[in-house]
Design a protein around this ligand. Structure first.
Ligand code: GCU
Length: 601
């Protein structure tokens, strides 16, 4: 009964209904056998490895990883002689003939495994873009939809000592009913784009936990612990030695226990990103984490970090790999990108437009950068499609589940630049309420649009009155005055109005420049044009009394199929303040100077 009630409760709160098991949590703290490296791959544009000639799922698809039993047997694929791709990594940037490829590629890895008594094994994927079907030794384990969140399947008892074959069908085709939909301004990098590993845990293990400051307090650490396995009723101790915290609770018959512990931790801030060693120790399992404690709230049009007003000095970032291009995935990629943001004077980053890899969030925790994390509900989603909503809701839930203990994350964003309308307002309202129901300790936002309201009497006015604002704690707004909207000096006379007594983050503004291209400041794509645009922009932004953050578009140039201008764009969006090699454009220093003036505000 409880389960059916919980389904109803989920539906009422717009929470994800699908029973997809949650992905393995805090994998970095577990004993893992990495499956990263070279995987054999078969490019399959007609999905011939999945369907028969009548487009019915075949029993003898490539997932069988079969070999002819005799010279006369006909099998028209062979992973052993097939090409290979690096995992993690997108396929587009690994092979010239896959640069524009959108379709299915089959991946196969063979590995040995020595099962250990009392140990369970899970096959974990950091992400696969966009739809993955996973097979082990010819048996379908399951599937996952969504290109930017983790998933895993328990394989205990399914592994052989020698020669296990894991086969993954990855299909990155864009679809109208998908999340995102068919039109985006970023490259549709397909593949096993993040880490793959076997994760070993005890028979009953700590499968999930929340350890954060209780909402509205700085002296109570609260949360819950969840066990998974046969011995669900155990004593569990939460230890934070440096904060003099050690509390023991007993999990119930469902393996869950809540706790609330008096504590006075040193608070996490960008200037001093204090992380504590936290141990969650059950009788049968123990897991470690590094967790920071801070509060984030809004008060009128202000944003308060640990009770103090803070201006979010940010920059937007796509998950584009510095230097090499392609999907970023590694700790080194994260350190490079976030260090460039720190050099600009940032205390905040908007990780657009989808959940970035976990390394990026962990690095932001360590470096002291607050994070706006976003679900890829981007542009013209199918608002009236229930499956599309369930997909968006699940991706949001998976993102929030993975990163719920990360101090860096202060904002969950439910959308980017979506058109106002009844179906969209309802769709996004449910997502916003899902955020609040799931995680009341963080703020909910979205990057919205504005519209002009200029008249001879009141001059040039732009207005933020999107009805979605009612559901948000913080308003995000994208504007391109000086690039898509007039020339740079149009910003000079612009004033801004909002329908809400809420803080605003100007979540996108900027213009393109090819690094090293110099000329007149009115010549598009010169560094001087971009520099001039930012100078006019910042003059305007400084006059907005309810502005509490900025994330100019964008830290680094990134690939997009929409940017075809030969010798200038070459399928790169050039609005980066640095180029792919980290060369800082003149506008970078305009932002750096602006943030010097905002530091401490
Ligand atoms: C939009 C959108 C971005 C896009 C940018 C641009 O605001 O949110 O994803 O890249 O504009 O046009 O460069």
């Amino acid at each position: 009964m409880r389960f059916s009630v919980s389904i109803l409760a989920l539906a009422m709160a717009g929470l994800p209904l699908c029973a997809q098991p949650p992905a393995m949590f805090n994998v970095a703290a577990r004993h893992t056998i990495s499956l990263n490296g070279k995987w054999k791959t078969i490019v399959d544009p007609y999905e011939n490895g999945y369907y028969d000639f009548r487009m019915q799922p075949s029993k003898n698809g490539y997932f069988r990883d079969a070999k002819p039993a005799s010279p006369s047997e006909l099998i028209e694929y062979d992973f052993d002689t097939a090409g290979q791709l690096d995992v993690p990594g997108d396929w587009n940037s690994q092979r010239e003939n896959l640069f524009f490829y959108e379709g299915t590629i089959w991946y196969r890895k063979v590995f040995d495994y020595a099962a250990k008594a009392g140990t369970r094994a899970h096959l974990y994927f950091g992400a696969a873009n966009y739809e993955a079907i996973v097979y082990l030794n010819g048996e379908k384990l399951g599937s996952h939809v969504g290109g930017f969140t983790p998933f895993s399947f328990e394989v205990t008892g399914k592994l052989k000592e020698k020669g296990n074959s894991v086969v993954v069908k990855v299909d990155n085709r864009r679809k109208l009913d998908a999340v995102p939909t068919v039109n985006t301004d970023w490259w549709n990098y397909g593949g096993l784009t993040r880490d793959v590993a076997l994760v070993e845990v005890p028979a009953t293990y700590v499968s999930d936990y929340l350890v954060q400051l209780k909402k509205g307090t700085q002296d109570t650490i609260a949360g819950w612990v969840q066990l998974d396995g046969g011995q669900l009723n155990q004593a569990v101790t939460i230890r934070i030695p440096e904060a003099n915290v050690s509390a023991t609770v007993r999990t119930n018959a469902q393996g869950r226990a809540e706790f609330s512990i008096a504590a006075k931790p040193v608070l996490w801030t960008p200037e001093s990103p204090k992380l504590y060693d936290v141990t969650v120790a059950a009788e049968s399992d123990s897991v470690k984490d590094q967790i920071g404690f801070r509060t984030i709230e809004v008060k009128g049009t202000d944003i308060l970090l640990n009770g103090k007003s803070v201006f979010l000095r940010g920059v937007s970032i796509h998950e584009e790999a510095p230097y090499r291009g392609g999907r970023a995935f590694s700790p080194a990629d994260a350190r490079t990108l976030l260090t460039w943001a720190k050099e600009m004077g940032c205390n905040f980053v908007r990780l657009a437009h989808y959940p970035h890899n976990e390394n990026m969030i962990r690095e932001a925790d360590r470096l002291g950068l607050m994070v706006w994390s976003e679900t890829p509900v981007y542009w013209t989603i199918q608002w009236e499609n229930a499956e599309t909503f369930a997909n968006a809701s699940r991706q949001l839930a998976e993102n929030m589940a993975r990163d719920k203990n990360r101090a860096a994350i202060v904002l969950w964003s439910v959308a980017n630049e979506t058109p106002v309308g009844p179906a969209r307002n309802e769709f996004l309202g449910k997502l916003a309420r899902q955020v609040k129901a799931t995680d009341p300790t963080r703020l909910v936002t979205a990057a919205m649009l504005h519209h002009g309201d200029s008249t001879p009497s009141n001059g040039q006015v732009d207005v933020i009155d999107d009805p979605l604002g009612v559901e948000l704690d913080v308003l995000g707004c994208n504007e391109y005055i000086g690039w898509y909207d007039g020339l740079p000096d149009k910003a000079d006379g612009m004033t801004w109005k909002s329908s809400y007594e809420k803080p605003l983050i100007m979540s996108e503004f900027g213009g393109g420049a090819l690094y090293g291209m110099h000329g007149d400041k009115m010549a598009r794509f010169t560094e001087e044009y971009q520099e001039n645009l930012f100078q006019h922009q910042l003059g305007m932004l400084n006059k907005i009394p309810f502005l509490r953050g900025t994330t100019p578009w964008v830290l680094m140039d990134f690939r997009s199929p929409r940017r075809a201008l030969t010798n200038i764009q070459d399928y790169f969006n050039r609005k980066g303040l640095v180029d792919l090699r980290g060369n800082k454009k003149k506008a970078f220093f305009v932002m750096q100077d602006f943030y010097r003036g905002k530091a401490g505000m």
